[in-house]
Design a protein around this ligand. Structure first.
Ligand code: 13P
Length: 188
């Protein structure tokens, strides 16, 4: 896939997340691993409804900015994204959002690990809860690291949810399944 196409895909995911109400204000962030080992990431402090291809930043594995519009910095949670890629080499896309039902389970500290919905179990399996970590700190990557290899996503205590996949499309879809699974679990 050409880089311009990948940028359009990231924008599409950002806009969908905002339309679905998963990311109020400037919440949420998205990244993709490129074939050359660099990454594209959303900028910090911007509504996902306003993300356009020119606002995305290309960064290296340490989070240094390689390309980006003047005045924009990568997401404050880029350390968390980079940790997912580091822990699981098959991951090519990462999505972080605060969907209402998944985040409510994260706040309550309740894992989504009951086999009540066959499709969710098949698509994402059991989802655990990472311990609380202050947003933007190095404690956040440490808290999600144990889940990156063997799970499809994780609930982040008092914060939100994180999903990853072998493509951005898969990461996004997993977040959608997770939120739906959380919603149905709540109604049940
Ligand atoms: P950024 O704007 O820095 O990406 O942060 C949003 C967020 O959701 C923090 O958890």
């Amino acid at each position: 896939m050409q880089i311009e196409e990948i940028k359009d895909q990231i924008c599409d995911v950002c806009h969908k997340m905002w339309q679905l109400g998963w990311v109020a204000a400037n919440d949420g962030n998205v990244s993709v691993r490129l074939e050359d080992g660099t990454f594209l990431a959303t900028p910090t402090g911007m509504s996902k409804s306003f993300i356009t291809p020119d606002k995305l930043l290309r960064i290296d594995a340490k989070g240094n900015v390689l390309e980006g519009a003047e005045g924009l910095r990568p997401s404050s949670e880029i350390k968390m994204h980079l940790r997912v890629y580091q822990e699981n080499p098959s991951v090519m896309g990462v999505v972080h959002a605060h969907p209402v039902y998944a985040t409510s389970f994260a706040i309550a500290g309740i894992p989504l690990d009951e086999s009540i919905l066959s499709e969710a179990m098949l698509q994402i399996g059991a989802i655990g809860v990472a311990h609380y970590a202050e947003p933007g700190t190095y404690d956040v990557p440490d808290s999600i690291a144990p889940f990156c290899k063997d799970y499809a996503a994780v609930l982040m205590s008092n914060h939100g949810a994180l999903a990853w996949g072998t493509s951005l499309d898969e990461a996004y879809t997993r977040m959608e399944v997770l939120e739906n699974y959380a919603h149905i679990s709540y109604v049940v």
